[in-house]
Structure formats: C-alpha cells, structure tokens
Design a binder for this molecule. Sequence first.
Ligand code: TRP
Length: 329
Amino acid sequence: METVLSGIRPTGNLHIGNYFGAVKNFLKLQENYNSYFFIADFHSLTTHPTPADLHNNVKYVLAEYLACGLDPEKATLYVQSDVPEIPEMYLLMNMNAYIGELERTTTFKDKIRKQPDNVNAGLLTYPVLMATDILIHRAKYVPVGKDQEQNLEMARKFGKRFNHMYNVDLFPEPTAFNFGEQLVKVPGLDGSGKMGKSEGNAVYLIDEPKVIEKKVMRAVTDSGPTQMNQEKPEAIQNLFTIMNIVSEKGTHDFFNEKYNNCEIRYGDMKKQLAKDIIAFTSPLREQILEIAADDAYLHKVVTMGAEKARESASKTLKEVRKAVGFRRF
Ligand code: TRP
C-alpha cells in the first residue's frame, strides 16, 4: 500500500468548509492508503503560543478530527512532538539545507511580514522540519493546498540531495496528492469567496446552535430577484450552495423555485438553512465535546499513534544515521 501523509497545524477549530474539504478527503485516504496524519505542534511553536493554548489547540484538533471519523485503527494518528526521531532527523537534514534557499521561501517571506518582531530560526528552517515529517515515513503522497506547494518542492529537493550526497536510495520523491474534482468548496456567509477562519465568515463544528443561527441570519443577501429565472448574484448563490451541501435536495429545490418565481423570502430560507446546518453540526459538536473531555481515550489514541509512527520513523532514522557515518564503537 502506498504511503500518504499530512500535517495539521493546531490553530483554531474546524469549520464546515474544512469538514467538506480536508476532513472528508482524509476519511477517504485512510481507507485506501497507508496513511499518516499528525498534529504539527513543533511547527506551531514558531508563533510562540502560550503553553496552555498550545495544549488546548492540540487537544481540540485531535478531538475534532476523531469526532469527524478519523480512525486511529486505520490511520496512524499522532502528535509530532511525541516522535523524538523527528527532531533528530531534522537536525541532520538542517546540515544540507542552505540559508539562501530557505530565505527565498515564500512562506518564510510571508511570516517575516506577519510577525516582524519574531523572525526566529525555526521559521527559517520550517521547510526542513516539514521535509523531515514527510521523508521520515518515506511518504509518496502529500495532500497539500496551493500555499504549501513550495514547501513540498523543498522536501523533494532535500530528499534528492540526501540520496545523491550519500549515494543512497533512501527517499522516494513525495508528490502532491491531487483530489481534483472531489474537492468541495464551501462558500462563506459574507457574500463572496470561500469559508475560512481568517475571513471571519465561518460556521464552526463546535458553534452552539444559537451562534449558528445568528451567523446565518446575518448572512449577506440582497433585495431579491425582479425577473423570473434570474441569475443569482454571488452572495445568494453562496447560500444556495451551502444549502445544497447540508440540506435535503427537496429543501434546496423548494427555495430555488421560490427564487426563480421571484417569491423568495430570504428570512425563511435562512431560518431553514440555520436549522439544517445545526442538524448537521450538532451530533459532531456533541462528539467533539465528549472526546475532548475523555482524557483516557485521548491518551490511548496518541500513545498508539506515537508507537506506530515511531516504528516507521526509527527505521528511516537508522538508515539516515548509517548514511551520514554514525557508527557505534
Ligand atoms: N505546513 C503545513 C501547513 O501549514 C503543516 C505541515 C507540517 C505539513 N508538516 C507537514 C503538511 C508535512 C504536510 C506534510 O498547513
């Protein structure tokens, strides 16, 4: 079975856009691949979270992915900092990563702009750590968004460089896993673009029903159609798109017909949409809260994940140590 791997930054909660995007795809991957999913908590130290926030974020990311159906029996689900082989290999990989190429990375340049008072060395070597995450399991596929493509390119470069430098054939070339058509894009509630945390237009899986109602009722609309079968402006189309994702087909079609007949009442549509979103998120929310409160279960999951991840990582690290010339006296 081919190996696929993805890192999840523990920043913020999952929203329904994440659910129908990354999460759904992970659920498919775990059925068909030797899959590794991990929480990238070393990476998140580059932004200096407080210790309490860091711990809480890791816990919620874990609880949320588990609640959505990520299965620790099927995938290897672990916390990056539970695998000491990663920082050791990262140190070794740093020796063959050059300052110039690291400085030219767009994610580094972005970070310098975003946190000019905290341009730490961890930010500079972020791509080396990410390459290590991937190479340590000799992963073949990495599902990444556009913003991570350059980092993946660097992982390829570092792997090839190592193979070449030590004349070994240790690392396969990791490539982007392309979901193509299967990627569902959920729009936001603010009239344009997709749902996102930084856009402030998201409905989170753990949002209370009241919060969801408020968010949906506030969604951008217009004064309504004036002609039969009129094309929908983006803000309206977005509401229909979300409805198409979370509601029964009949519900969507009912409001669509109302729109086409110029009889739509956005207030009614939004009430229905809020109800359907709540019906969808409520069971997940309950699961998330239950799992997050179950320390024994979380402990079991991360312990098992770390064991499986370390088994694979230690094999690679052993080869890496051998290649560079570390020998036991
Ligand atoms: N850099 C990724 C992000 O910001 C997270 C990540 C860390 C990752 N290590 C990885 C993703 C390895 C894929 C593979 O989203």
